[in-house]
Design a protein around this ligand. Structure first.
Ligand code: NAG
Ligand code: NAG
Ligand code: NAG
Ligand code: NAG
Ligand code: NAG
Ligand code: NAG
Ligand code: NAG
Ligand code: NAG
Ligand code: NAG
Ligand code: NAG
Ligand code: NAG
Ligand code: NAG
Length: 541
């Protein structure tokens, strides 16, 4: 078939060659871009008038006949055909089809039209590699905050494609990422939350304008910056204990695991970090550990431990109030975890009802220390037992405090102080004299005793009303306690008490604390402040 068709070629081609030279010099001609493996149609000029006979050639080193409107000349290959009697249609473009083509139209005179066919391919597969920290189960990538991430993107195309990266963060417009990227690889150092978003690698065929892109979502995760902290609290309205663990500041939220120590018994695993234990699961001194784990945090997680314990109470066993005065009872809770609720109760007609702050009572609490101030003490109403009660999920403790109400003494604190100071001076002098000349002093002492000062009352009172007013009947000691460093003023007053005769000795060195202890020694057999562990009742003298 080809032999018949190609017979006229040499002749035609000679003049074709001459025409081409002219025509190429003129520089006219259209460019048509075809897509690899697809069909393409090359027009023979852009004339819309009725066409004359048309013949198509390919211009290589020498022109090659392709197809003609003369039906007696068969096309070179079945891929070539004439469309609308003038245009060249090529099926299944291959790279070899790229080149210059020309069509010859014969009317009154022969016309030539040149077409430059360019073949474009791709971009084909876009290969993206983001060297992030890891991949989530759903395929999303994540990187740790502060880490550095490499982005590479490659694709192939004919001609070689332009490859560029685009970035879209949350609620922001897509931006060209790094507008100086001549290469498709780049690295982001120090990933930060605002770099979280969708990264798109776009490969573009410069010839065909075809694009292909791959979008990858990259999350920027960060572990909480500080250690977790945990605490226990009594659930409101119930006796259950709520354990809470917080490890904030990370993204996403961490997971929490509560275990009972030291066995490591698992209580629960959650995103909330809260576990509720009912009272049957609790015992004094038990330890619980919370381990927070974060996807980009330390491998072993971060933990905190709490130990629950029942309250202990510390309080003065007894207090005294002047009639019409005020007195403050203090109750100190220690060792309670979770913190105890502290209540004051009056062991009288309504033993179960807690005392509320009102015009007569003032309750203040500072941390685990509570004070009850009784205003305007009255003997009938206020004297008696007060109960301080501390309760947490681990247990309840109570301590009784005895309040006695007394008539106020008439001597003011200033007078007392002055007298005390005078006596102190006197005592020092006496002491010195005694030291240097005991005999002389003995005489002086006798003289002194002879004088009528029996009704001088020594008070070391004033600042601490509760101790001062008790010394009158309480500061009594056996006379000869040599090791005591206190300087004493001996008073000749003899007091009958408990059926014994005591010499009243007033301590005048101002050591109130020591004196206070001495007082208590005498008042009762217990010199310690009463604690909840001391079960026996303190009774007033
Ligand atoms: C078609 O081609 C044949 C063979 O080359 C030729 O003899 C004939 O004259 C042509 N017809 C026209 C109309 O050009
Ligand atoms: C072929 O001709 C028809 C009618 O003349 C026209 O509609 C069509 O667009 C033409 N096709 C090409 C490829 O030029
Ligand atoms: C096609 O012709 C143009 C000039 O018009 C030339 O620059 C180009 O290289 C030619 N293409 C081929 C494949 O020969
Ligand atoms: C071609 O010839 C026809 C008559 O045969 C004439 O009418 C027409 O103008 C001519 N065209 C050109 C471009 O010379
Ligand atoms: C991605 O890049 C990293 C290093 O840059 C390399 O270790 C890894 O094998 C690459 N992954 C793929 C799928 O090419
Ligand atoms: C994958 O999971 C992460 C975390 O659960 C989520 O933030 C992200 O939106 C998910 N991505 C897709 C594509 O579902
Ligand atoms: C970009 O990364 C790819 C894949 O890792 C690599 O083949 C290519 O050479 C890199 N290009 C440049 C310019 O670094
Ligand atoms: C842009 O890239 C070129 C070559 O990669 C480099 O020489 C030039 O310094 C870069 N400019 C900026 C502003 O980064
Ligand atoms: C990233 O793309 C996914 C899927 O198109 C979309 O759900 C997500 O919201 C995008 N993320 C951002 C930060 O735009
Ligand atoms: C008792 O306390 C109340 C209220 O603080 C105060 O007004 C009152 O003066 C106090 N009474 C005495 C005797 O200190
Ligand atoms: C009240 O006090 C008495 C004895 O002082 C004691 O036996 C009793 O348990 C107390 N009641 C309360 C509720 O504290
Ligand atoms: C096609 O026609 C237009 C006007 O119709 C003309 O400007 C142009 O030069 C013609 N040739 C080509 C190759 O487009």
């Amino acid at each position: 078939m080809a032999a018949g068709g190609r017979a006229p070629e040499p002749r035609v081609l000679i003049c074709l060659g001459a025409l081409l030279a002219r025509w190429v010099a003129a520089g006219s001609g259209a460019v048509v871009i075809g897509e690899l493996h697809e069909d393409i149609t090359l027009p023979c000029g852009n004339i819309s008038r009725p066409r004359g006979p048309v013949t198509w050639y390919r211009i290589d080193s020498e022109p090659i006949f392709l197809v003609s409107s003369n039906a007696s000349l068969p096309p070179r290959e079945p891929r070539f055909s004439l469309l609308n009697t003038s245009a060249l249609h090529i099926g299944m473009l291959s790279l070899q089809d790229e080149g210059n083509y020309t069509c010859q139209e014969t009317l009154n005179e022969t016309q030539w039209f040149r077409v430059w066919l360019q073949v474009a391919g791709g971009p084909y597969e876009v290969v993206v590699n983001i060297s992030a920290t890891g991949t989530l189960p759903n395929g999303t990538l994540y990187a740790a905050r502060g880490s550095h991430v490499d982005f590479t993107c490659s694709s192939s195309a004919r001609p070689p494609p332009v490859v560029e990266w685009w970035f879209q963060g949350l609620n922001s417009r897509e931006e060209y990422f790094g507008d100086n990227l001549t290469v498709s690889n780049f690295t982001l150092f120090l990933m930060s939350p605002n770099l979280q978003g969708n990264y798109t690698c776009l490969a573009k065929n410069t010839r065909s304008g075809r694009q292909r892109k791959v979008t990858t979502e990259l999350l920027v995760y960060s572990a909480p910056p500080s250690a977790p902290h945990c605490w226990a609290e009594t659930s409101s309205g119930s006796s259950a204990l709520q354990l809470t663990c917080r490890w904030d500041g990370g993204y996403p939220d961490p997971d929490y695991l509560w275990t009972e120590e030291p066995e490591g018994l698992i209580l629960g695993k959650s995103k909330l970090g809260v576990e509720v234990l009912n009272q049957s699961e609790l015992s004094d001194g038990k330890k619980f550990k919370c381990v927070g784990s974060h996807i980009v945090g330390p491998q072993s997680g971060a933990s905190c431990v709490i130990q629950i314990s029942s309250p202990s109470l510390l309080s003065d066993p007894m207090r005294t109030c002047f009639l019409g005065g005020n007195v403050t009872l203090t109750c100190q809770v220690s060792g309670a975890y979770p913190p105890a609720e502290i209540l004051w109760l009056r062991n009288l007609t309504q033993p179960k009802v807690p005392i509320q702050s009102n015009s007569r009572y003032l309750i203040t609490q500072d941390g685990q220390s509570s004070t009850l101030t009784i205003l305007n003490c009255s003997q009938d109403l206020d004297e008696g037992y007060y109960v301080c009660r501390a309760e947490n999920a681990m247990g309840v403790r109570e301590v009784d405090i005895w309040l006695s109400v007394k008539e106020p003494l008439n001597i003011g604190g200033i007078v007392g102080t002055i007298v005390s100071l005078l006596l102190l001076g006197l005592a020092v002098i006496s002491g010195l004299t005694l030291y240097y000349s005991p005999m002389f002093c003995w005489k002086v002492g006798n003289t002194f005793r002879g004088q009528d000062i029996g009704d001088v009352m020594v008070l070391v009172d004033s600042e601490e009303e509760e101790e001062g007013e008790e010394e009158e009947d309480a500061v009594e000691e056996e006379e000869e306690e040599e090791e005591e460093e206190n300087v004493r003023a001996e008073l000749p007053k003899e007091v009958h008490q408990h059926g014994h005769i005591h010499r009243v000795t007033a301590l005048v060195n101002g050591n109130l604390e020591q004196m206070g202890n001495g007082l208590q020694d005498l008042q009762d057999d217990s010199s310690e402040p009463q604690s909840d562990l001391v079960q026996e009742e303190e009774r007033p003298v």
